[in-house]
Every structure is written in C-alpha cells, then in structure tokens.
Design a protein around this ligand. Structure first.
Ligand code: SF4
Ligand code: SF4
Ligand SMILES: [Zn+2]
Length: 483
C-alpha cells in the first residue's frame, strides 16, 4: 500500500494508551511536568557527577538549581545511586549516543515503532562489549512491549538494560524471540486499529491521561474550551475529599508527582466492599440479575459469599422500593473541568497570578442510567456502616459531571446504603436549576486551594498532621520535611 503521509512514529506506551482509549493520543493541555523535569535534572546531574569526580551535590546545584528541598533530595538520591553503579568501574559512559533511537518500520501500516536509549557503556577491556541503557527513575522497568521494539529493531548482538536509579541496580532487558514477535504483533494490531478509531473509552486510564481536560469526557463549563497551553491539574474525587485533612498530600501527588514511599493499603472491610462493587457492576447490566449474581458467587470463599449475599439481598430490597432506574453502564468514570483563577509558572520558573487554571476532577460511579421518565441517574452503593456515607460534595460532583456531559438540566443521584443500621435505603437527591448552580459553586470552592499552591515548590503547601497520616503514602518523606 502506498502512503503519501510520513509514517506515524509511536512508542510502546503510546500504543498501550491507545489500546486502553483510542482518544488518548492527540493534543494535550499543560499538566504538571515535575516528573519529567526531575528526570532531566537526574540525567544531566548524573552526567556531570560522573565527570567531576563524583561530587553529586555540585552536579545537582549546577543542573537543577531550581529544585526545592523535597525534590532536591529525590534527585540527589537517584544521582548518588547512579554514580555508585556507573562510577564503580572504569567503563566508558556516553550519554545520548548518535544511535539512541531504535526504530521498526511497518510500511504497510505506515507506522514506525520507536524506543529510545539514553546511554551507552563500553567495557574498556573489551571494546566489543557495549551495553545500551534506559535510565529509569521509578519502580517500573522497561515493559515487554518496549523491549520487543528495542530487541526487534536491533541486531541480535545488541545488549540492553535498565539503569534502575531508585534501587541502584542494573536490570537486563531480555525477551525470547517468540515473546518478542507476539508483542510486536500486538503493537501492530493496536496501531492498525488506531487508524480507524477515535472513540473515548473512559476508565482507570483517565487518571494518567494528558488529554483529560480536552477529550470531552470531563467537560468544562458550556462554551469554554481548555487551551493546549493552559495549566491543568488532574485530581480524583477522593483526593479532593481528603483536602480538609492535609494540603501537602494532594499537592505532592497532583502537582509535584512525588513518588510514594508506601503502597496504598486496603483494609479487610474495604476489600469486602470492593468485592461487592465488582460483583454488582457485572450483575446490574445482566438481563437476569439473580442468575448473574449466582454465577458471580461461584469461586468466592464461603465468608465472602455470606457477605456478598447479605449485601445483594439489601440491594434487591432497594430495587423494589426506589424510583426505578434502567442501568446503562457500571463503574463509569465521570468528572468535570473547573476553570479557576490562580498561579501559573512560565518555562523559566517565573510564577504569575490570575491565570485561568483548568482543574479536572474525576470519579468512578458505581452505575449510571435513566429513571423511568428519562432523568439521568447516578447510583452509588455504600457498603460500610455510617462513616463512608456519601456527602453533598460527592453528589454535587456527580450531578455537575453528568449534567455537563449529557447537556441536561436535571440529574438524580441515588445513594444506596446497604451496610449500616436501618439500611437498606435509597437516598435520592435531585439536582436541577439552582441546585446545580450551587453544586458548581461548592465544588469550585473545594478546588480553589489547588490553584493557589506554588506550581513548582513542593515544600510550600501546608502539611497538617493527624490520624490520617498513618495511611498517607508520603509519611516518611513528609516527616523529614517538617519545620
Ligand atoms: S481522559 Fe480518559 S476518556 Fe479522555 S482521552 Fe484520556 S483515557 Fe480517553
Ligand atoms: S504524612 Fe500527614 S502531614 Fe504529611 S503529607 Fe501525609 S497526611 Fe499530610
Ligand atoms: Zn435508588
């Protein structure tokens, strides 16, 4: 097939993103780039430290003077590890070699699969022994899909590895020829599909998608278009609800992308609730709910079965009594983009006030559908006792999101409480007219601190110590930076 356009160059992570949501590749707005800035700081400071006799402090000062103490510690630790790993031998290290790009061409699809390496290490005692490294500052090494591009696009003697700066290790990038071919086929198949599809598929992928304020799934107020140069902040509903506890936690996550020290912990009670949400998501859309529920019960432990059955019986009781809903989708992602005047930073780090900042807040509903008169409805299940009751900040966000997405003026939000004393019950709140406007104001006021935090300084947002710190993934680092 003849193509007059230049080939489309795609990296493995872009293809994976397209696979999850075809609309996720395209123009983006300006989201925080702290992770990228730190990565660049690490890369240049590492190069400097390797040539200045291992003086990491000086190398970091010279290459990343803008860093606040929190981010400086992160960068310094990573560079230190890199110096230990690479500086220990007398190997020759070359950054950004000429052949840093590995490409595989697929003329028929008019696509090039691409992957980059950042440095080449040559053994001085065996000049034929060359290793090509990707620099990794997070926990994740190179994926199999990316390994397939690297290995498939190079001659068989090429050796690749990840320089894992967080752990100070070198992890070889290896894949058997068969595995490589399977992964490449999969990438080609995604590329072929992408040519014909631009449809949105909202889901967990939205939490890391840079098109979040532009793709239309999480609309700005009617008539407002978020610009590609506009500062944008992406947060989840749960993050926003935690703002009343501590600002630093959310700022570190959403603005400064500070790596977590501790993984999120799910309590057994929460795990039971999560299982019910999963099961009911599959059941609600079935023609025969009871049969679908019976199928879902197969394969769960007797204890879980008992819990699930009790919750499901209560769900059925609600179904009989409440304003009935025809479920259309379950575990559906909704959200909205708010435009708030706040701080912005230019590429040189100068901060100005009064910029229109887009703040997109998203949430996963348990189900959405229509009431019998056509009113759009959001359904939330609450399986805990009383502490996890939905509050008006959540219902407000659901209502605004659905109203904007569908262009309607009335939305009903159902809270189905299944686990507490006096349950089950459906608390149904209808938002229309003034109520929707008040809901907009409520959510906008919740989000207002986010645009007042310094966009680049992770040491600035206030921390607030409380019992919530025990479940905060930043606690060890936070303790080191308290005044
Ligand atoms: S935000 Fe979600 S729905 Fe929108 S393009 Fe990204 S992944 Fe797709
Ligand atoms: S440990 Fe506590 S004070 Fe520190 S960021 Fe986390 S929640 Fe805030
Ligand atoms: Zn209801």
């Amino acid at each position: 097939m003849y193509h007059s356009d230049p080939p489309l160059r795609l990296k493995a992570d872009e293809l994976e993103a397209i696979n999850e949501c075809p609309a996720s590749v395209g123009p983006v707005s300006r989201l925080p780039r702290a992770a990228l800035d730190r990565w660049l700081a690490v890369r240049y400071a590492l190069e400097a430290a390797l040539s200045n006799g291992g003086d990491v402090g000086r190398a970091v000062n010279e290459n990343a003077a803008w860093l606040d103490p929190v981010q400086r510690e992160l960068v310094t630790d990573l560079v230190n590890n890199g110096v230990v790993v690479l500086g220990a031998s007398d190997a020759e290290v070359q950054f950004d070699p000429d052949d840093n790009l590995v490409l595989i061409d697929h003329p028929e699809l008019n696509v090039e699969l691409a992957s980059y390496i950042q440095l080449v290490v040559t053994d001085p005692h065996d000049s034929g022994r060359i290793e090509r490294f990707k620099i990794k500052t997070g926990r994740q090494g190179t994926s199999n899909a990316e390994a397939a591009i690297l290995l498939g696009g190079s001659d068989s003697s090429a050796r690749f590895a990840d320089l894992m700066l967080r752990d100070g290790t070198i992890e070889p990038i290896e894949l058997s020829p068969d595995e490589r071919d399977v992964d490449l086929e999969r990438l080609y198949e995604i590329a072929a599909r992408y040519r014909n599809m631009k449809v949105r598929k909202p889901g967990w992928q939205c939490y890391r998608c840079d098109r979040i304020a532009l793709c239309g799934q999480y609309p700005a107020p009617t008539g407002y278009r978020v610009g590609t140069r506009q500062r944008t902040i992406r947060v989840s509903k749960s993050d926003v609800l935690r703002l009343e506890q501590c600002h630093r936690r959310l700022a570190w996550k959403a603005l400064h992308v500070i790596p977590k020290d501790i993984d999120d912990v799910v309590s057994p009670a929460a795990a039971g609730g999560l299982l019910f949400h999963e099961v009911v998501a599959a059941v609600l859309l079935a023609d025969d709910q009871n049969a679908a529920f019976a199928m879902e019960l197969e394969g769960v432990s007797p204890d879980d079965r008992q819990v699930l059955t009790a919750l499901y019986d209560r769900h059925k009781q609600i179904e009989q009594d409440h304003v009935s809903v025809e479920y259309r989708r379950t575990e559906y992602q909704v959200g909205a983009t708010f435009v708030l005047n706040g701080l912005d930073a230019d590429p040189d780090g100068n901060v100005s006030d009064g910029a229109p900042v887009a703040v997109t807040v998203i949430a996963r509903t348990d189900a959405v559908g229509r009431e019998s008169d056509g009113t759009p409805a959001v359904i939330e299940h609450r399986t805990g006792r009383t502490s996890d009751r939905i509050d008006e900040r959540e219902t407000a966000l659901y209502a605004i999101s659905v109203a904007r997405l569908l262009g309607v003026e009335t939305v009903a939000v159902h809270q189905h409480s299944l686990g507490g004393p006096g349950d089950p019950q459906c608390l149904r709140v209808v938002y229309d007219g003034d109520a929707l406007e008040e809901a907009e104001q409520l959510v906008a006021s919740l989000l207002s601190p986010l645009v007042e935090w310094h966009p680049l300084d992770a040491a600035e947002p206030q921390y607030s110590v409380g019992e919530w710190c025990t479940t905060c993934p930043y606690e060890p680092r936070c303790v080191r930076f308290r005044s």
